[in-house]
Design a protein around this ligand. Sequence first.
Ligand SMILES: Nc1ncnc2[nH]cnc12
Ligand SMILES: [Zn+2]
Length: 322
Amino acid sequence: MTSHLKKVELHCHLEGAAPPALTEAQAQKYNTDISAYLRDGTYVWHDFASFLECYDKVSEVYKTDEDYALLTETYLQELAGIGTIYSELIVSPDHGDRIGLGADAYIAGICEGIRQAKAKSGIEARLIVTGERHFGPERVIAAAKYAAKADNPLITGFNLAGEERMGRVADYAQAFDIARDAGLGLTIHAGEVCGAFSVSDALDVVRPSRIGHGVRAIEDADLVRRLADLGTVLEVCPGSNIALNVFPDFASHPLRKFKETGVRVTISSDDPPFFHTSLKREYELAADAFGFSDKEINELTRTGIEAAFVDEKTRMALLALI
Ligand SMILES: Nc1ncnc2[nH]cnc12
Ligand SMILES: [Zn+2]
């Protein structure tokens, strides 16, 4: 039982959080056939590449700033309902561009959803702009430039998501240089689909304060020590890792091992309905599958706030709630 615990989420892709029923309603509204990607209330994919394709396709039924406001508010209110006090949403201006909405209206809709949710429940949220690796380095640089110039107090971080097997981190270094120079917090998907080398590359090239997943660092003991020494925070998404078969089961998942070896870890849901999970379930798993006590779970949550891409006043206010 973790319903009494306050919760924080640092790693959730906004379109990846779209409830199937809402996506279905959107598809009907725009008379779009997405039955190849969403059937009987379930997103249809069978491996990482087909998951990314499904994600990109179903995102296309969110077409206006109002659609994005609704999606954002719906997800944040779901989080608030389970005691979540802070959420970082990974958003991709490329998705706004791909549907012809444009990045500005895409972000404006999302920010409206954040405002509505905050007014109703008090939940605090920030945005991490992401480049999508499978759209290529030029698009990722464009996303970084967009984030750097946005001058939007809700955009506080930059990320690299998408097909980890495409290129090496060095190909995307310029994008991270742009984001770093703009003062954005840096995190990067690494060590999810690819092995420990991907996490080493990320540390060498990006020097991020956090890594999305990073779990395959467990394959290299020296790298685990390096993560612990650097204090790099891993945004661990156990349900996602099992759904994508990064590990065969929770018993072989390294979350507890990381914590015990001094690596700073947090828990998140990644793309909850795609992976048949939710932040509520991730917290339940922390207790039931990983055997963490309430005190240990609160440490994960506290680490999340310490690593959040927020101003210090907000961080202190959030810490006071734990
Ligand atoms: N788990 C994941 N890994 C990489 N890119 C993603 N985009 C959405 N979910 C993702
Ligand atoms: Zn992710």
